[in-house]
Ligand binder design. Structure first.
Ligand SMILES: Nc1ncnc2c1ncn2[C@@H]1O[C@H](COP(=O)(O)OP(=O)(O)O)[C@@H](O)[C@H]1O
Ligand SMILES: [Mg+2]
Length: 159
């Protein structure tokens, strides 16, 4: 994967918004690597609510992702990235490596997110509607000004 121009793809959204299926689809491209904290936490037997461990894993994933970008690969970050400042940091980091940066925001009604996360059953204790309501209030939805800072998608997606 050396030689090409790297590409960062940030997939942001609340739990259950569909980040993982989309990231899996994007990661099927040659030279693409997907970074999911939930998968690493599950593999290590860490509770998904452990925010300190999640932060540590995200830092490790970002170090690895930057190496992928420097090599000209595609790094797909599916952390949730609720905060604009967090997305800014990733975008600027990618650009500093000469990589393109793409932002995808996924959303669905809170009742749908609740139903999906219940069915998925990965969180213990499960996510509640009250938590989702609080999360949606803290989530900084990308506005037109922010989206304009990113590159257009490299390829048409099925979803
Ligand atoms: N657009 C969708 N339509 C139907 N089910 C979906 C959709 N997006 C996600 N799901 C399902 O909902 C569950 C939770 O979504 P997930 O993709 O794990 O959310 P996220 O990765 O954003 O937290 C998964 O089991 C997934 O298969
Ligand atoms: Mg996921």
């Amino acid at each position: 994967m050396a030689g090409g121009k790297g590409r960062l793809i940030i997939v942001c959204g609340l739990p259950g918004s569909g980040k993982t299926p989309l990231a899996l689809e994007l990661a099927a491209e040659p030279g693409a690597v997907r970074y999911s904290p939930d998968d690493w936490m599950d593999a290590l037997g860490i509770n998904l609510w452990d925010e300190d461990k999640r932060d540590g894993i995200e830092q490790l994933q970002w170090q690895a992702a930057q190496q992928v970008l420097a090599l000209g690969g595609t790094a797909i970050i599916e952390w949730g990235t609720w905060a604009r400042s967090e997305r800014d940091r990733l975008r600027l980091g990618a650009r500093a490596l000469g990589a393109a940066a793409e932002l995808i925001h996924l959303e669905a009604p809170l009742e749908v997110l609740l139903e999906r996360t219940r069915k998925r059953g990965r969180e213990n204790p499960p996510i509640t509607l009250d938590m989702l309501e609080k999360s949606s209030r803290s989530f900084e939805v990308p506005n037109a000004e922010e989206l304009a800072l990113y590159d257009p998608p490299a390829k048409v997606r099925s979803s």
